[in-house]
Design a protein around this ligand. Sequence first.
Ligand SMILES: [Zn+2]
Length: 81
Amino acid sequence: MTHAPEPGIPGDLSVFETSCAYCGARFRVLVVQAAPGSASQSYACPECGKSYRTQAAAAPHVQLLRRRSDGRIDQYQDTMF
Ligand SMILES: [Zn+2]
């Protein structure tokens, strides 16, 4: 059974899983679909705090699925260097 991603209907809840590009943690993101062209919302990796953006009608909810895999304990810093 294939499960192709479908374009969201505004107001519908959309769920996707992603891995943090910085620390490797895996988490699930729940977003309320926004109408096309609406502003994006930010959400943060639950392990390192790195922020991401996605188009959503409200602030996304994040559930940690797997701890970070990089062995570090630092928080992601946007302005570190
Ligand atoms: Zn992270």
